[in-house]
Write a protein that binds this ligand. Structure first.
Ligand code: NAD
Length: 413
């Protein structure tokens, strides 16, 4: 039986990961360590907390004594570090907590894992470790900096039946990944981030995550510690805190509120359905070569403005009773505006984010090639699943949109 220490397991991706792992494996134990900041919510994992295989510890990853105690009480095999301050806008307002949690917190976890996993030294003086241990640092594509947008409107990846891009993506593997997609992904430039791309973070958030990413790899180089780093693109899906783009616009649309879009809205991000990300992390834990970083991407580049428009269109499609040209009965108490108000007129352009990166695009072909990873969920399917989840889980949304978040929201918009 393997024991996982999942930090940040009450947050968006961490909670989805806990759910994914409990469903996939019977014989595991998961210790969740979470400080329950504004972004952590026990309501997200209330079913999992009833599961005998799960134990929850409230606390800070930077708290040495607390983390020590967890290692003393449990035979931890894997540490999966999701815990982080994760919102770029907040890092622009107040960088300090980002450095404390994202850098020093990670260093604390690395140190204590190392100390508990070491069994001796090899002939060169490097530490040796118990079998089957691994520290996985969940990093981000934001560590790479940004790419220019070369095609303002994007072009389809497959053009006249031919792949038009050769950027290091392995074409045959890519074809396999994309073959059952009805809608082919668009690309907005020839360049992609690979694991070899030099790290060049630009926001305080990205800088703190880069420090943690590099520190984790430094523990591999310096102490031969068993680690992997995963760098993923923008996640979306259930349980996403409604300050991030997709859940924020879903919430605002349902309330008939304006939809704030930064700058010209043409920034390009790659979107990864959260369950696909969880699958990728599990693959890296099981098969990733020690010491290495793996990109996990969705093959779903899109401009922010198109994401907003697609979300408006999809919500209209899901809530409308076509026979009546009215809102379906089951959604009447959720939708707090008239059907006609749900239109592109809600979009309002606001001043661009400081240092806003133009394009992120991830090449996950190493992960495809070495581990058999592929993102199963095309964006049109993923967004529909996500919106349906939000429509049917408004209690969860109301629960998290209170207190701290409310004050922050009012200040920003
Ligand atoms: P989130 O903000 O939803 O969740 C973070 C969780 O960490 C929360 O439950 C919070 O309570 C907890 N936490 C914060 N500080 C802590 C501390 N000091 N000690 C213990 N727990 C603490 O974040 P998320 O979107 O789920 O992201 C998870 C990880 O994935 C982060 O490391 C983030 O940098 C990375 N990532 C996220 C995305 C994305 O699109 N969401 C993309 C790339 C990388």
């Amino acid at each position: 039986m393997k024991t996982y220490l999942v930090t940040g397991g009450a947050g968006f991706i961490g909670a989805n990961f806990v759910k994914y792992m409990l469903k996939k494996y019977d014989d595991i134990k998961i210790i969740i360590l979470d400080k329950l900041t504004y972004a952590g919510n026990l309501g997200t994992i209330k079913e999992e907390l009833k599961d005998k295989r799960v134990e929850f510890v409230k606390g800070d990853i930077g708290n040495r004594e607390l983390v020590e105690n967890i290692f003393m009480q449990h035979n931890i095999d894997y540490v999966v570090n999701f815990a982080a301050e994760s919102h770029v806008d907040r890092s622009i307002e107040n960088p300090k907590i980002f450095l404390e949690t994202n850098i020093l917190g990670t260093q604390n976890l690395l140190d204590i894992s190392k100390q508990h996993w070491i069994i001796g030294k090899d002939e060169n003086g490097y530490p040796t470790y118990k079998e089957g241990k691994k520290f996985l640092q969940v990093s981000t594509d934001e560590v790479y900096g940004f790419l220019n947008r070369e095609y303002p409107d994007g072009k389809l990846l497959i053009d006249n039946g031919q792949l038009t891009v050769d950027n290091g993506l392995k074409i045959e593997e890519l074809k396999k990944v994309l073959e059952d997609r009805e809608v082919m992904p668009k690309i907005f430039g020839e360049k992609f981030f690979t694991e070899e791309t030099a790290l060049n973070p630009r926001s305080p958030y990205a800088t703190s995550k880069t420090a943690a990413d590099m520190l984790t790899r430094a523990y591999s180089e310096t102490y031969h510690m068993p680690i992997n780093v995963t760098r993923c693109s923008n996640n979306y899906g259930p349980y996403h805190f409604p300050e991030k783009l997709i859940p924020l616009i879903i919430k605002n649309i349902l309330e008939g509120k304006k939809l704030p879009v930064y700058g010209d809205g043409k920034q390009v991000r790659d979107w990864l359905y959260v369950e696909d990300h969880c699958k990728g992390i599990d693959m890296v834990i099981n098969g990733g070569k020690l010491g290495e970083a793996y990109n996990i991407g969705g093959f779903n580049e899109e401009q922010n403005i198109n994401i907003v428009k697609l979300t408006i269109d999809t919500i209209r499609k899901l809530i409308i009773d076509n026979g009546q040209l009215a809102i379906k009965e089951e959604y009447k108490n959720i939708v707090k505006c008239n059907l006609n108000d749900i239109s592109y007129d809600l979009i309002t352009y606001v001043q661009d984010r400081l240092g806003h990166d133009a394009r992120y695009a991830i090449d996950p072909s190493k992960t495809v090639r070495e581990l058999g990873f592929y993102p199963e969920t095309p964006f049109n399917i993923g967004i529909e699943k996500t919106i349906k989840w939000y429509l049917n889980n408004q209690d969860w949304v109301n629960e998290v949109v209170s207190g701290d978040y409310q004050k922050y929201y009012e200040k920003m918009y």
